[in-house]
Design a protein around this ligand. Structure first.
Ligand SMILES: [Zn+2]
Length: 288
């Protein structure tokens, strides 16, 4: 599989490769996770692969089918648009898809139907109509549904499709994350020096904003774990924070951090921001 456009996601690429090697790409696919762009990227890739008429590895990217697919003008690849401003997939549209899917492809060997952002666009009533098609899979047809989470689709749909989950896209600067971690641990440390040392590293504006962005994420992670949910960025730090912080603490610490970010964008001196940040964190946690 040649698919450099999709960054990361090594496990997903590996399982796709295996399916492709055995020519076992299923007739119904759900793509969730990632963001809207990466979901569309993968949907288009699978669509192109399905219509590709090149020899060897697919999609070849150069055959007539691939070129048309790339330009989004392949007559066998249908992007459902939905109806009206809300772009909802109404029953009639699904019924049209079912009828159309039973007609032979125009120029390639497969017909592809892409239903995107199903979380908000695919009502249960339409899903029920669609279900019948998945129960009796048609030959040479590929259905692709994209959504933030596959849980938004009926269990009966999910069980008849294969779900590919993309990694969530957090591009993180390692140096910034390290400082954000130090500050987070400094906040819950008994020694004020730990926090002071960490906040002094906010010595440049872009860096300071980047670090504080990540610090907010770490605090949100802590709050998520506190509320029995999952940490997205760093579960280890979240666990550490949870030993010391209450829900009220988290909310106040996030507010203090966001306030400091605002001051940085308003060109308040960084030393002043760092000193104030330190004092505010201490006040929030250690002074009653
Ligand atoms: Zn091709």
């Amino acid at each position: 599989m040649i698919f450099p456009e999709l960054k990361g996601n090594e496990n997903l690429k590996k399982s796709l490769n295996e399916l492709e090697a055995h020519n076992r790409i299923p007739h119904a696919v759900i793509i969730d996770g990632g963001n809207e762009d990466t979901r569309n990227l993968l949907a288009n890739h699978l669509a192109m692969r399905a219509v590709c008429s090149g020899d060897g590895e697919k999609p070849c990217g150069v055959c007539r089918n691939c070129v048309l697919a790339k330009a989004r003008s392949h007559s066998d690849i249908h992007f459902s648009k939905g109806e009206g401003k809300t772009e909802i997939y109404k029953k009639n549209e699904i019924q049209w898809i079912i009828r159309d899917a039973s007609i032979k492809p125009n120029i390639s060997k497969c017909k592809v139907y892409i239903l995107s952002e199903c979380d908000r666009r695919f009502p249960v009533i339409s899903q029920n109509v669609f279900l019948k098609t998945l129960e009796e899979p048609m030959q040479d047809v590929l259905f692709i549904m994209t959504c933030k989470t596959s849980k938004s689709l009926l269990e009966t749909i999910r069980s008849r499709a294969v779900t590919f989950t993309l990694e969530s896209e957090l591009s993180v600067n390692g140096e910034y994350l390290e400082i954000a971690r130090e500050i987070a641990l400094g906040i819950v440390s008994r020694s004020e020096m730990d926090l002071l040392k960490a906040t002094y590293k906010l010595d440049e504006r872009t860096k300071a904003l980047g670090v504080l962005d990540l610090l907010v994420l770490l605090l949100r992670d802590g709050l998520a774990v506190y509320l029995n949910s999952k940490a997205e960025l760093d579960s280890e730090i979240a666990e550490q924070l949870c030993k010391k912080l209450t829900k009220k603490n988290y909310i106040e610490l996030i507010e203090i951090t966001e306030c400091a970010q605002l001051e940085i964008t308003q060109n308040v001196g960084l030393k002043l921001v760092a000193t104030k940040l330190c004092a505010e964190y201490r006040r929030a946690l250690w002074q009653r």
